[in-house]
Design a protein around this ligand. Structure first.
Ligand SMILES: Nc1ncnc2c1ncn2[C@@H]1O[C@H](COP(=O)(O)OP(=O)(O)OP(=O)(O)O)[C@@H](O)[C@H]1O
Ligand SMILES: [Mg+2]
Length: 295
């Protein structure tokens, strides 16, 4: 990575929080919010805002504003020149979600700003090729909460790729001083083959944990726990503490952001490990390849 990491001047290292679309939406119905849960998350963020201002980046999982729309418009895979009329559809749908959550945050006195991932990134064969993060850093500097979703991102080789919300933290690796990545979803964390929670993932057991992960039981185009875990590994392998945990209760979910040892699966490596890409998930499944040259 060419650009040096930025340590935010006032409030120290950042926390990136992804709230799963499995929590914020009704995955059984296209483009339907779970209004009650979204409102409870807004209240919980507002309640802890004095501790989070200037150091939190919020990522909204697309849920039924994402997976269903991608399926409906055939946006799973990029082909140069294809889908030109439909390419905007995921971005528009996720914008609806960002607008709704951003309005609620404003009403709760939390200053936030919605960003389009596709406006800040390009990829080449699914790997980040350029990123323009100055506006996000400026927002954090002013104490504004940047709000992201996944997106359809322009790709130099294949027209576009589906860049899942699980991959959004990857945008900031090497550019921000990140204390923790917290990923909230509808299960207690990464479960092993017998359905038991794997509490700690370290350099000696991460391959076993990876083997236990698979796709989502619901309508899904971004790879469920498998790609979530792979995305988290990319941050963890740089030494960042990462947590995958249950966000069904929003108060608990926001506590997980600030607590010293929250419940769930903690992924933390004492020294760098190789990329999960080496394990061979199909391209576009969410596997990140950090460390390749990016602007
Ligand atoms: N080993 C595993 N441990 C836990 N969950 C797993 C595992 N393997 C697969 N899963 C599935 O992954 C799902 C979580 O990922 P999913 O993509 O459905 O939710 P999300 O990422 O929170 O939502 P969204 O993709 O809309 O943001 C679980 O509900 C479960 O069905
Ligand atoms: Mg998912």
């Amino acid at each position: 990575m060419r650009s040096p990491s930025v340590r935010l001047p006032c409030n120290g290292a950042c926390i990136i929080l992804k709230i799963g679309g499995s929590l914020l939406t009704d995955r059984d119905h296209a483009r339907r919010m779970n209004h009650e849960r979204a409102a409870a998350y807004v209240r919980a963020i507002a309640g802890s805002w004095s501790a989070l201002s200037g150091r939190l980046i919020l990522v909204l999982g697309g849920g039924s504003f994402g997976h269903n729309v991608v399926q409906c418009h055939g946006l799973q895979h990029g082909v140069i020149g294809s889908d030109l009329l439909d390419r905007q559809m995921l971005t528009l749908s996720l914008l609806e979600m960002k607008v709704e959550v951003s309005r609620q945050l404003r009403a709760a006195q939390v200053p936030c700003f919605p960003f389009h991932t596709s406006s800040l990134l390009t990829t080449r064969g699914g790997v980040i090729a350029s990123r323009h993060l100055d506006s996000v850093l400026a927002a954090l500097h002013e104490g504004i909460l940047p709000v992201f979703t996944g997106d359809v991102v322009f790709d130099h080789e294949i027209g576009f790729v589906l860049f899942s919300s699980d991959r959004v933290p990857e945008m900031f690796l090497g550019r921000l001083d990140i204390a923790r990545v917290v990923v909230l979803t509808d299960v207690p964390g990464v479960m092993d083959e017998s359905g038991r929670l794997i509490e700690c993932v370290k350099s000696d057991n991460w391959r076993d944990a990876w083997s236990a992960t698979s796709v989502s039981a619901k309508a899904d185009v971004t790879g469920g726990m498998r790609s979530k875990f792979e995305a988290v590994l990319e941050a963890a392998r740089l030494g960042i503490e990462c947590l995958i945990t249950d966000g069904t209760d929003p108060e608990e979910g926001i506590r997980a952001v600030l607590q010293a040892r929250p419940r769930g699966t903690l992924v933390q490596f004492a020294q760098p490990v190789e990329s999960a890409a080496a394990l061979g998930s199909p391209p576009g499944s969410g596997t990140a390849r950090v460390g390749e040259p990016v602007a």
